[in-house]
Design a protein around this ligand. Sequence first.
Ligand code: SF4
Length: 370
Amino acid sequence: MNKNNIQQSKEKNKQKKSIFYIDCLWTENIPKRVLTNSSINTFYICPKKYDLSYNKAIYPIKYNAATTIGSAVHLALDFLKSGHSLEFAILKVVETFKDIINKLEKLLPEEDLDKIKQYARFDLIKARAMVKIYNSIYHETNFTNKTIDKEIDFKYFERVLGPMHLVNPKTLRLSKSFAIAGKSDGEGIHKKCHKTVSWELKTTSMEFSTIIENLEFGIQMPLYQFMEGQHDKRYPQFTVLDIIRKPSIKPLKKTKSTTGKRSRANDETPLQYYNRCIELYTKEQSRFFGRYIIPVSEANIINALELAWNTSRLIKFYDTHGYPAPRGTHCIGPYGVCEYKSLCWYDDWDFYEQLDIAHEELGIIADKIR
Ligand code: SF4
């Protein structure tokens, strides 16, 4: 065997072993059951929660500030990055909040709704301030008056990844029962190095270090990078991660008067609160806005696929033997009391609804499989 042949055979062996060279995930009969980063995470928080949320598609009817702010900011930044003005993007923030309140109006009693509206108007202001300052840091306006990202030429936003066969990274066997899928925030070409990159946005109250740590040890980045590689037949070189921390200030309330009653008329107005948010963001920009590079690592992709594969086995086991509900202190997690507590502990169905399909993301994916 001459030198060239040895080199070629080494290359072939390397390709056989490398997860980067797999290209067999698009065969027919993609399984209808789909695992995503968030469904896998939910499963490890609590299998019962996974069952209620992803198998039975049961949702708590409530206002979730973190999710609403996150959706509004994501949507606004997608519009900014695709060339719309800041004013248009802010309009999308307002619309997102309106849609959510309109939906809750049909489902909740008036008294609860009034309370929600009080919180929501200040959350809306947070989201507006987040979009405004992000825009001033990362975008510029070009000669045709289009808003453009300073670093990335975007090709996709909110791209649905998959569904594709779940693969066992050790044996390269395809799962007959589970597919994997997800939704990436964006993909494009980096303007400086001209490499393919993916983009991920996180809106959070946590410290940057906690988010980075979670992502470094988590499966979201490697799973998305893997699926992007499968879609494009070319792996992204790295992920650009933007983190926006929510303003860590609350609206000021007037102190109690001598009668003991608080006068709402003198509480901080939304405009005053907005100005304080902008002032805080401007003064301490680096504490609230961060951009990081997350490299693509084959080892991390293998670990993520392995975890997904093992999760699929456990889910099948619980399908047969029932999903355990470890009720107790476990139900008060790092983000507060589990939103399924009253249903799970007391079988109280007030304020829950059952939909046809779990999660909007999975709805789009299910349409693709049908
Ligand atoms: S209340 Fe507790 S046991 Fe029930 S789903 Fe939530 S975390 Fe799981």
